[in-house]
Design a binder for this molecule. Sequence first.
Ligand code: F6R
Length: 313
Amino acid sequence: MDALRMLEEFPSQFSAVECQTLNPEDYKGIVFSGMGGSGIVGDFMRLFLKPSVPVLSVRGYDLPSFVDRDWLLVCTSYSGNTEETISTLQEGLKKGARAVCISSGGRLMEMAKRENLPHLPIPQGYPPRYALGFMLSTLMCLFGMSAEVENIKANLESNKEKIKTKAQEVAKSMFTYLPIVYGTPLTETVAFRWKTQINENAKTLCYNAFLPEMHHNEVVGLDNPHIRNLCAFVLLYDPEDHTRNIKRVEITQHIFKELGIVLKVLVGEGNSLIERLLYLTYLGDWLSLYLADLYGQDPIPVRVIDFIKKSLI
Ligand code: F6R
């Protein structure tokens, strides 16, 4: 399936799946493990789950030392063969943590079978980053959020054309510039998804910085006109952000205006934070495809990632 078609069909990936649900409060904490397109789902879940226990998202080989047998480890790898994610599963099993695996197959599925762990399957045949909706729906349903999954689908379907039009406009503004995508504590995950989709689909660099931290460093860097004139700036925020961060969005807009730099400020549409974040995610996915088109790039292959994975064997 080509990239355009996969993105057209992205809303339908949000479909409730049948599975046994878990109660986050039954654990001392929850750690999501995954890399790249499979890692971002853990960041989303950290935002969506609001339990009284800690929820972490880990990208790498090791688990934090405090994860023990009373923790839940959720390993997500689309291919099932990502070595960092497998390493965390091995470590989690040694620590006696309870584990759940999500993949389209691969070693993660084999390990889950061998160790008698729950394994939730994802449809095969997609580049991992294009299967975000499947992975997220599965995780949301695992934690009893199937109603929200259906709401995301309806919101994306009804706003699809508007999202595509906006994405085209933003992509044009980024063409031949270095995209800088700013976020807030609530939109940080989406801003990072924009970066990674621009990297992998449009094959170009892109950077993030986040409020409120960027008000303590990044903003000073804007002083240099030689560099800032090479960049295209976007800021994503949500109305539910901390009121002081909303104030900081306004201050940021003022700073950009004074410097005469264009800053596109975007908010998602939807009835809940979850819907709005997926709205912005879909917008970023589309713009990365339009940007790929402007650069004459095929969005699908990620040859250097494949090379790195082969070099590590
Ligand atoms: C490729 C992509 C990558 C992979 C990452 C981890 O489309 O998005 O970021 O997601 O290399 O691989 P998986 O998802 O198979 O664990």
